[in-house]
Design a protein around this ligand. Structure first.
Ligand code: NAI
Ligand code: MG
Length: 325
């Protein structure tokens, strides 16, 4: 049966880079596209940033390709990730030939738990001037992200698995996280190292080539993946996937970029590469490889958008990718 993909462009440059990525996907795979709205625009029209109709269709689809939302991002992305049953947020950071990267040796993938931790939303003001936050870490969510991380490393040929934590301070919660990782690694007979997350931030910058797959709790993964994006040439290039057992949400790491929205010059590479992750998730491995190779070739030879020093439009870049395909 043809896989169904829900397309949610959202706001700002999402409305430019998502159609460009859909054109690329359409050129390589037999997919059935459906469209839905989310974000600031639809909130202004309907009062809801994530209409129930969009949420339900994301659950029903085989995968969702999302652009970005503006100010309503948290009201859209968090519930959408939950709707697709996401157990892991996968954020590759790879330097591409021809792109001026801070650390050209970088090829790493941050795999982040993205359902709990300090993003569980349990905050309170317990007294005037005193606020609290409850950090939830469950054995189940920790096990799932560890399993996903080790499986990803094995499937994608990464020898090095690093687990970031701060169990020296957060003994109970990160202790639980590390216990879950240890159990999964023992089961799989897999090797890994553990590193304190603050020390890892320095070492990623100094020696990125020493790392492959980095498995982390929620907040640590959010911060480290943005750091990794900085090593490889910025937000126009970094894709992401939120994967569940039988569903997924694929989106560029960047937001709606209001400073350049409407000009037709946003870099579509991050969204096209998110589309490659979507293809892989649906089992179209060969098409995914072809899309990555075509993006790499265009990044190396141009045309390039202004964020990479060129003067090409979004469409000129996606057309060049399609031509390579
Ligand atoms: P941003 O990622 O939208 O932009 C940061 C910088 O990167 C800007 O200078 C922008 O021009 C540039 N940039 C981003 N994407 C680009 C692309 N494809 N090509 C070339 N340059 C690109 O982050 P910012 O400015 O912090 O947030 C803007 C809005 O986006 C806010 O309303 C924020 O809430 C929302 N946002 C939404 C996210 C989501 O929907 N997942 C994630 C991050 C921010
Ligand atoms: Mg972030």
């Amino acid at each position: 049966m043809t896989d169904s993909v829900l397309v949610v462009p959202g706001d700002g440059v999402g409305r430019e880079v998502v159609p460009a990525a859909v054109d690329v996907l359409d050129a390589v795979a037999d997919l059935e596209f459906h469209h839905a709205e989310a974000g600031d625009r639809v909130e202004r029209e309907t009062g809801e940033a994530l209409p129930e109709e969009t949420r339900r269709r994301a659950i029903d689809a085989d995968a969702t390709l999302f652009g970005a939302a503006g100010e309503t991002a948290a009201d859209v992305v968090l519930p959408l990730r939950e709707a697709v049953g996401s157990v892991a947020n996968v954020r590759p950071a790879r330097a591409y030939p021809g792109v001026d990267a801070l650390r050209p040796q970088t090829d790493l993938v941050v795999i982040r738990e993205n359902t709990e931790g300090v993003y569980s939303g349990i905050e309170a003001e317990v007294a005037d001037g005193v606020t609290t936050l409850t950090r939830v870490v469950t054995a189940e969510a920790s096990r799932r992200v560890a399993e996903y991380g080790f499986e990803y490393a094995a499937e994608h040929g990464y020898d090095q698995v690093t687990v970031a934590h701060k169990a020296n301070v957060m003994r109970t919660t990160d202790g639980q996280f590390l216990d879950a990782v240890e159990a999964v690694a023992t089961d799989r007979d897999a090797d890994y190292e553990t590193t304190l997350v603050d020390a890892l931030a320095t070492d990623l910058l100094l020696r990125p080539a020493a790392y492959g797959v980095v498995i982390c709790p929620n907040l640590a993964g959010d911060v480290l993946s943005d750091l990794a994006a900085g090593l490889v040439g910025g937000l126009g290039l970094t894709p992401s996937a939120n994967v569940g057992p039988d569903n997924g949400l694929f989106e560029p790491v960047h937001g709606s970029a209001p400073d350049i929205a409407g000009e037709g010059v946003a870099n579509p590479a991050a969204t096209i590469l998110s589309g490659a992750m979507l293809l892989e998730h649906l089992g179209h491995d060969e098409s995914a490889t072809d899309v990555r190779a075509a993006v790499e070739a265009v990044l190396a030879d141009g045309p390039r958008t202004p964020d990479l020093g060129g003067d090409a439009s979004t469409e000129a870049v996606s057309d060049a990718v399609i031509e390579r395909l």
